[in-house]
Design a protein around this ligand. Structure first.
Ligand code: UT7
Length: 329
């Protein structure tokens, strides 16, 4: 009998640019204050990638670190999937550029656009490549240079976002570790509340789109907030239920870091005490596709082999989902 192949996470790498943008810095740019930002979002500071650098410059060092930690050659990697909404360019894909920069000469790569759920979509996709039996080692990354699409005169969005990236290595496993189950959802009607108006084929860049600030994030905070609280909590509860698990069986919730209040609501819904929730929003803000792998990166030393962890996200699209992972090392 052939053994079932699962996709185990076997290493994590991360990268955060050095420059910080604190709430005090933002007070000097827009009409806001530290108390409002902390109480409404939980954020204290974010990292900003300065200079003429793109998302590939965030992901490449994360990938290089991951390979070093695992002690393998870049030539062993079969494929690379990147979740991002801020690719270096419209084309080629950022994955293509990262494969080149990190020397993944035997890999093919592609980007996947699912906004804040980008890492979960990419993880499920990368895991499927492994589960098919065709690929043995796949890198899945999530990262965004959100500062490249943030309007720093809009106080409702500029306080939220930051830059950062992290990556995981998936390896074929026959002991049952790794990605166990995943529920992914999307609803295009949510586009109205969170999108970037121009720069795509519908509204290509022009002097007018630039003058109208259409190359920045457009977000209606309240409807997104309401949909996020419901979406992230519902899908996490559904995932536990269909795997016959309760909050007691879960070692960690690894939530997308958009707003601490959304995270708390999800933890409460699945009956998980808040000390089992990974939270680094206070230090990095919302790095979009970067948040979930950056949590794994920060908590790597606390994770134990066999831990059940639930990864959950909600974001632009709308897209949302939850993934159950059995930690493999
Ligand atoms: O990751 C992608 C998915 N995105 C999300 O999940 C984000 C979801 N939404 C949110 O996290 C929240 O809606 C925000 C953090 C964006 C906004 O928080 P809120 O509690 O929903 O605030 P609000 O939009 O209802 O605004 C409340 C008040 C308004 O003033 P008035 O009309 O009551 O006088 C805003 O103008 O707060 C004002 N406000 C601010 N005040 C100080 C909005 N932004 C700021 C600010 N500083 N930065």
């Amino acid at each position: 009998m052939t053994q079932k192949i699962t996709a185990a996470i076997t290493a994590v790498g991360g990268f955060l640019p050095e420059d910080k943008l604190t709430n005090a810095d933002l007070e000097k740019i827009v009409d806001t204050n530290d108390e409002w930002i902390r109480s409404r979002t939980g954020i204290e500071e974010r990292r900003i990638l300065k200079g003429q650098k793109g998302t590939s410059d965030l992901i490449t060092p994360a990938v290089e670190q991951l390979l070093k930690k695992r002690g393998i050659s870049p030539l062993e990697i079969d494929a690379m999937v990147i979740g991002t909404v801020t690719p270096d360019m419209m084309f080629p894909s950022t994955a293509n550029l990262v494969c080149h920069k990190a020397g993944l000469k035997n890999a093919f790569g592609f980007d996947l656009l699912a906004a804040c759920s980008g890492f979960l979509y990419a993880l499920t996709t990368g895991a499927s490549l492994i589960e098919s039996g065709r690929y043995k080692k796949v890198i899945v990354a999530g990262g965004d240079k959100m500062s490249s699409i943030v309007d720093y005169s809009d106080r409702t969005t500029c306080i939220i976002f930051g830059d950062g990236a992290a990556a995981v290595l998936l390896e074929a496993n026959t002991e049952g570790y790794g990605v166990q189950d995943s529920i992914l959802r999307s609803d295009g009607s949510g586009c109205a509340h969170l999108h970037m108006k121009a720069g795509g084929s519908l509204r290509p860049a022009s002097a007018e789109t630039v003058a109208n600030k259409e190359h920045f994030i457009y977000q209606e905070g309240q409807p997104v907030f309401k949909a996020a609280v419901k979406g992230m909590a519902d899908v996490s509860a559904e995932l536990l239920e269909r795997n016959n698990l309760t909050g007691d069986d879960i070692a960690w919730l690894v939530p997308h870091q958009a707003n601490k209040r959304i995270i708390d609501a999800t933890a409460d819904r699945i009956g998980l005490s808040h000390d089992k929730v990974m939270l680094n929003i206070q230090r990095y803000g919302n790095t979009t596709a970067g948040t979930i792998p950056l949590c794994l990166y920060d908590w790597e030393s606390k994770l134990k082999k066999g831990d059940n962890i639930v990864l959950a996200a909600f974001g632009g699209g709308f897209t949302w989902g939850a993934t159950l992972v059995k930690w493999g090392y």
